[in-house]
Design a binder for this molecule. Structure first.
Ligand code: GLA
Length: 435
C-alpha cells in the first residue's frame, strides 16, 4: 500500500510540467517572471538633456519612474524593477581601477546613489552592460579594449547594490557566447549582492537551432529572443508569430528561474490602439513573460494604465507553474488559439483552471465568432475518462468579477467568443467546478 502511494507520488513528480522542464540557474531569483520598467523603447539613447530635460537618460528620469511606480500603484501590482538601459556610462572606464563609471553630469549621485533612492522606496534597480568590446550604443563593454572585465564589473554592480543586469551582445564574437555569458553568470554568483541576470545570448544567433537553451537556462534568469520591439502593432505581431512558430521548442525551457523574454511592453506609447494594447498584455501574460513596461508613466492615458494594472491578467502571468501557453494547431490564417494551464488554487481541487486566448488578425469586416470545443483545447489528464468537467468562464478584460462572468460550460461544449478585428483578443479564465 505504502509502496503504491510512493510510486504514484514519484510518477506525478516525474511527469509534472515542472519536472519535464530543464532545471534553471539556481540563484533563487526570478521564480516568477520579473516585472518592472525599462527605459529603452521609449527613451532610447537620448542624452541631450538641454533640449529634452524630461526625456533624456539621466538620474531624474529614473527617479521619476521610481516615484510613479510607487505612487501610482504599479509597485503594489507587482512591478518591482526600474531598469536603466544603454547610455548611462562615461565614454571610458576608470583608467586606474578599470571600473565602469556613470556619466557624471547626467548621474551626479552615481548609480549607487540611485540604487539607494530606489531601495528606500522598496523598488529594485536594474542596469545595462554588454558582453562585447562596446555596448550597442558604443559605450564601454565587458571586453573594452580587448581586456576581460567580467569580474571587475560583477563586483562593481554588487558594490553599487544593483539588483538586475541586462547584458547585451553587440560588438562581440557570438561563437564565444557559450563561454563568455556563462563566465558572467559565474562572476555574478560569486559577488555579495544578488543580481538577476538577463542575457541577450540567443538573440544574436541567427539560427535558433544553434542555441543551447539548456545551457542558457542554466546560466541566465531571462534571455532576449528576438529583434528589438518597436512602437507598432507590426512589431508586436512579428513577435507573436515567432513565439508561435517556435512554441513547442521554447515551452520546454521556460519556467521558474529562467524565462524567454519577448522584449518590453510598449503599452501607453503611440503605436498601439486600445485593442492592440490589450493584445500585447494578454499574450505576454499567456506566455509567463517578463513584464517590463517601456513608456512614460508620468503621462500615460488612464485606459492604458488600466490594462497594465489588470490584476487578473497579472495573476495569469505570475501563475506559480510558470507555463508558456501552448499554441493550438488549427487551420486558419486569420485567427490563433492559445491555451495555458494554471495552478490549482488548493490541493483539494480535482482539476486545473485554464486561460484561453482567441486572437483575430483579420483586417476586414466586423467582429467574428471564434468557437472551439473545450476538450480539444485543454489536456486535463486528471479528468476521469468519459466524465465531462464543468467550468465557469470569466472574461479577463471584464471590469469586475460579477461583470466578467460569462457562462458555465462543460468540456464537451464549445467556447464561443466574438472577437474584434485588426489584432484583437478575447481572453478568458476557466474555473473548474469541483464535482
Ligand atoms: C540592443 C538591445 C536593446 C537596447 C539597445 C541599447 O539593440 O536589443 O534592447 O538595449 O541595444 O543600445
Amino acid at each position: 500500500m505504502m509502496l503504491n502511494k510512493f510510486l504514484i507520488v514519484l510518477l506525478v513528480m516525474l511527469f509534472s510540467p515542472l519536472s519535464m522542464m530543464v532545471s534553471g540557474w539556481d540563484n533563487g531569483l526570478a521564480r516568477r517572471p520579473p516585472m518592472g520598467w525599462l527605459s529603452w523603447m521609449r527613451f532610447a539613447c537620448e542624452i541631450d538633456c538641454q533640449t529634452y530635460p524630461d526625456e533624456c537618460i539621466n538620474e531624474k528620469l529614473y527617479k521619476d519612474m521610481i516615484d510613479r511606480l510607487v505612487d501610482d500603484g504599479y509597485l503594489k501590482a507587482g512591478y518591482q524593477y526600474v531598469n536603466i538601459d544603454d547610455c548611462w556610462m562615461a565614454m571610458q572606464r576608470d583608467p586606474k581601477t578599470f571600473r565602469l563609471l556613470p556619466n557624471q553630469t547626467r548621474f551626479p549621485s552615481g548609480i549607487d546613489g540611485l540604487a539607494e533612492y530606489a531601495h528606500s522606496k522598496n523598488v529594485l534597480l536594474g542596469l545595462y552592460e554588454d558582453i562585447g568590446t562596446l555596448t550597442c550604443a558604443r559605450y564601454p563593454g565587458t571586453y573594452y579594449q580587448g581586456k576581460d572585465h567580467t569580474y571587475i564589473d560583477a563586483e562593481t554592480f554588487s558594490d553599487w547594490k544593483i539588483d538586475s543586469i541586462k547584458v547585451d551582445g553587440c560588438y562581440a564574437d557570438n561563437k564565444q557566447f557559450n563561454i563568455t555569458y556563462v563566465e558572467y553568470s559565474k562572476a555574478l554568483s560569486e559577488v555579495e549582492h544578488k543580481i538577476l541576470y538577463g542575457c541577450s545570448w540567443p538573440f544574436f544567433k541567427q539560427d535558433f537551432s544553434d542555441n543551447d537553451y539548456e545551457l542558457i537556462r542554466k546560466s541566465c534568469n531571462l534571455w532576449r529572443q528576438f529583434n528589438d520591439i518597436f512602437d507598432s502593432y507590426q512589431s508586436v505581431k512579428g513577435i507573436i508569430d515567432l513565439m508561435g512558430k517556435h512554441n513547442e521548442q521554447f515551452r520546454r525551457y521556460h519556467g521558474p528561474g529562467g524565462w524567454f523574454d519577448p522584449d518590453m511592453l510598449i503599452i501607453g506609447n503611440y503605436g498601439l490602439s486600445l485593442e492592440q494594447s490589450k493584445t500585447q498584455m494578454a499574450f505576454w501574460c499567456m506566455w509567463s513573460a517578463p513584464l517590463l513596461m517601456s513608456n512614460d508613466l508620468r503621462s500615460i492615458r488612464p485606459e492604458m494604465k488600466e490594462i497594465l494594472l489588470n490584476k487578473e491578467l497579472i495573476a495569469i502571468d505570475q501563475d506559480p507553474l510558470g507555463i508558456m501557453a501552448k499554441k493550438i494547431s488549427i487551420k486558419s490564417n486569420s485567427h490563433q488559439v492559445w491555451v495555458k494551464k494554471l495552478s490549482k488554487s488548493s490541493d483539494h481541487d480535482k482539476h486545473h483552471p485554464y486561460a484561453i486566448l482567441y486572437f483575430n488578425s483579420e483586417q476586414l469586416g466586423s467582429p467574428k465568432y471564434i468557437s472551439y470545443r473545450l476538450s480539444s483545447l485543454i489536456d486535463d489528464d486528471e479528468a476521469t475518462t468519459n466524465k465531462t468537467i464543468e467550468y465557469d468562464v470569466y472574461d479577463l478584460f471584464g471590469k469586475t468579477k460579477n461583470e466578467s462572468y460569462l457562462e458555465t460550460i462543460n468540456s464537451e461544449q464549445n467556447l464561443r467568443l466574438k472577437v474584434p478585428t485588426s489584432g484583437s483578443v478575447r481572453i478568458v479564465k476557466l474555473l473548474p467546478k469541483n464535482i
